[in-house]
Design a protein around this ligand. Sequence first.
Ligand code: ADP
Ligand code: MG
Ligand code: ZN
Length: 654
Amino acid sequence: MKKPEKKVVISILYWILGLLMVMGMPQILLHLQTRNISYSEFKVLLRQGRVIEVRLSPETVQGIAFTGTEKNIDAIREQVARISSGSSVTGRLFSDGGGQSLQQIINALKKDPGFSASFEIFSTNRVKDPDLVKELDEHGVVYEGVRESMLGQIFWGTIVPIAFWVGLWFLLVRGMGKPGAGLLSIGKSRAKVAVEKDTGVSFDDVAGCVEAKEELEEVVSFLKEPQRYEALGAQIPKGVLLVGPPGTGKTLLSRALAGEAGVPFYTISGSEFVEMFVGVGAARVRDLFAQAKRNAPCIIFIDEIDAIGKFRGGVMPGGHEEREQTLNQLLVEMDGFEPNIGVILLAATNRPEVLDPALLRPGRFDRQVVLDAPDLKGREAILKVHARGKPLSRDADLHAIAQRTPGFSGADLANIMNEAALLAARQGAKEITQEFLEEAAEKVFAGPERKSRRLGKRERRRVAVHEAGHALVAFHCPNAQPVAKISIIPRGKAALGYTLQLPEEESFLMTRSELLDRICVAMGGRAAELEVLGEESSGAQNDLETATDIARSMVARFGMSEAIGPVALSRETNPFLRPSGLFEQNETMSQELASSMDREVRRVLTEQEQRAKNIIAENRKALEEVAEKLLTDEVLAASEFEHIVRDGKEDDGE
Ligand code: ADP
Ligand code: MG
Ligand code: ZN
């Protein structure tokens, strides 16, 4: 059960209980069942012996009398005496729970077929009647005096308990606003106040992202000395949006910001809002801002804001009211506070393209800080941060690890350091060596080695030939990244073997010939299988997908096909899914254009396949040698591989 639902259930129970208590209030029951009679009628009932109990207040006489035939009265009296088992029925009737026990007596009597009689409750206004008490005694009536009037009874017995119940409710609900208060915090945000010592993170813990830190530095100094900015009339941004792929340190950076500024840090995750009932999310947002304003200067951090900030009026019908209400409330609140009040709104997302444009308008999240996957320097710095407190051996070279991990996120790098420490611990080493680091990097990159997955002899040979094919083609393509390692140890979920290529230097662009060479290398595995083993296998599926993605991008997005020309026919839907399989085609594209695009893609692919086949055929001897070596050694380092390929070449020359 989700937490908010639990709260609703608890509060519903609370009110049902309250209602039962009030409904069961004896005074009200009595009042509802009471028949008002005249004093003379009362006297008649009394003389007939029908009255068993009365209650005398200054103004009224209330009591219980039998109805039914006179004959049974004596028998009934006996019965009552038995049921009330000797004790006075009166006490139970008029005091606590009296209504209940009256009902019990009636029910018990009704079960017995011998009695046709039943009770009734009567009430009458008192007249001056000095002999009343004497007459009551004569007829064996139990009587007691009360000071209050009927109204007084209703007041004390009903209105006061209701007021108490409602008052308790308000106390409970109000108490919830404070952090940690449990039970009934409906509509109150659970946003936790994390102050500096709680986050325990500073900018020093965030490596790389220099520009992002610089931008946020300004926010920190504003929170520390708002007067300085006010004096100069400087406008400080209300909202800062951190944008970047997963694992680049967005959450970490916001926590560091709060730590640096030393102000309260209200953090809440967008996904928390989604699970709530309609209206609750909006109430939470309202409450979150109210709390924050009271505690300014402070930071409100909404992690994964895309969960609530998605473009409104999207494709899916219905079911989105909650999110929209929450988003609308967020917009209202953002507009509702003055920029200089000292509340800074921080949000993070890895999907900025799905955000509602209204969120990005001036006066809202008008400043965006981009966190990219770290570059070489950044990666080394991140590795260093996470190497703190871990004993590295002298040969450990973090720079080398950074070089072999292009495209890794901060989270991946943190993971590498941790894995390396785990590996070292597992082997009883005292220090983390370069070997452990490299093994950890590979594990993070391709998944753990699965030595237990035993391939059959023939399959192993096929994998060796396939990988040797990739490596050989890469070696002979002038613009391909050099081969760093070849392995036929199964890793992760799918890969049976892999060829690791590493760039000589980091690049942000790819030229046409580099892209073509990549396609060619991807085709290399399949081409080798065809050449050496006579037929291809399903193992090339992944390679074909990669090659096709690149070819499509070249034709449809990079304008690298003469037949199509410099037209962008599709665009990247998500800038962070770089070699994305998500392909959004231009809707206005004609059938004709679409088919010529497909033709072009196929042409590029077949051309590169042919090129790969040629390279393989020309170097068949080297290919088989590499494959053999792989079968014996399982793993080939760059130097070993190059040694074989170079030797082969010299042989050819002679
Ligand atoms: P995001 O919120 O962007 O998905 P996180 O902030 O949760 O990423 O980062 C996950 C982890 O990765 C962090 O806890 C930290 O250990 C590590 N990390 C990411 N970026 C960095 C960085 N720039 N410096 C140091 N550690 C980082
Ligand atoms: Mg995060
Ligand atoms: Zn392959």
